[in-house]
Design a protein around this ligand. Sequence first.
Ligand SMILES: *Cc1c(COP(=O)(O)O)cnc(C)c1O
Length: 378
Amino acid sequence: MPRPIQATVSLEALRHNLARSRTAGGGARVWAVVKANAYGHGVERAFPALRAADGFALLDLAEAETLRALGWGGPILLLEGCFGLEDLATCERLNLWHVVHDAAQIHWLASRRKPRAHRVFLKLNSGMNRLGFTPEQYRVAWQRLQELPAVGAVSHMTHFATADGEPGVADALERFESAVDGLPGERSLCNSAALLRYGVQAQGRPGRHDDAAAVLGDWVRPGIALYGGSPTGAHADATRWELRPAMSLLTRIIGVQTVEAGGVVGYGATFRAERPMRIGVAAVGYADGYPRHAPSGTPIVVDGVRTRIVGRVSMDMVMVDLDPVRAAGRAADVGSPVLCWGRHLDAELGIDEVAEPSGTLGYELMCALARRVPVQVV
Ligand SMILES: *Cc1c(COP(=O)(O)O)cnc(C)c1O
């Protein structure tokens, strides 16, 4: 029998979250962001559900190649653009749209000859100081692109630094509006946080921003929302925004210990039992992608009952408190099913509920799902 760990990817959840994102976008077209192998879900696995999007956005040219091989003929956008001159030939071959965020990329484009072969998104640095032209450089860059024979339509984009919290997007939006003022071209601004916060709310309630149409633009770019994680890191937001978990991580109890009061559990003896306890050993560890920094008390579900992990997470195992499971009348023994995050039968445990005490985000846990974990599409 194989080690009893398994991840599942729910196409139904992906479809639901994409539809939810589309509604939030209020008519804007939707880039399904599938970078990092669809946030760990697998581009090939997610594709049948996400092909209802208007385009796919990613970074890696190999992933773009995968989408074309799957038969996707629609738009694909390279979010970091080309990494070198030779990538422009790949863009022409695969018909990829690409972001232009640096003068070097314009320089490379200047050497291409095929008329209007390149559909680009010019990126404004609206305050995050990661990728993009400053507001002062933006119009000059736009003008240069207009003059290049190999460049076709030029769209405008920016990425928000604080869409998921305070102070929100008002300043960045103002910088964007003034940089693109009077220029033709489509616009794209929203990641999941901006889309869900400022877009059309669930049940058709209006968005929170006075100027929702300006924030939403022509294309929105949800990533984490498609996978049912919270862009803010707070699980309550994922619930409030009616997102469903696309990834579940399941395993089983493979051993049981009875620990006396005062007994310790795991490497470093970081957990001490205050009373006699039944401890289960679940077959999941950091080599599967379970966060090593998850402290004692991090929630986990055994046999449908919410309990907690105890002691340090090891490479292949994590110890869990079986007493609440027993108290709920379940067997809590070798073979009992364990839900690390996601949804199984009637139980749901948000990936962000595990990420938060571990000092990280659902994003990181999804992307870190290890190759050794078999994945089943459901
Ligand atoms: C990753 C990424 C997104 C999606 O972000 P989420 O927070 O996952 O919605 C959107 N735009 C750009 C430029 C990105 O790099």
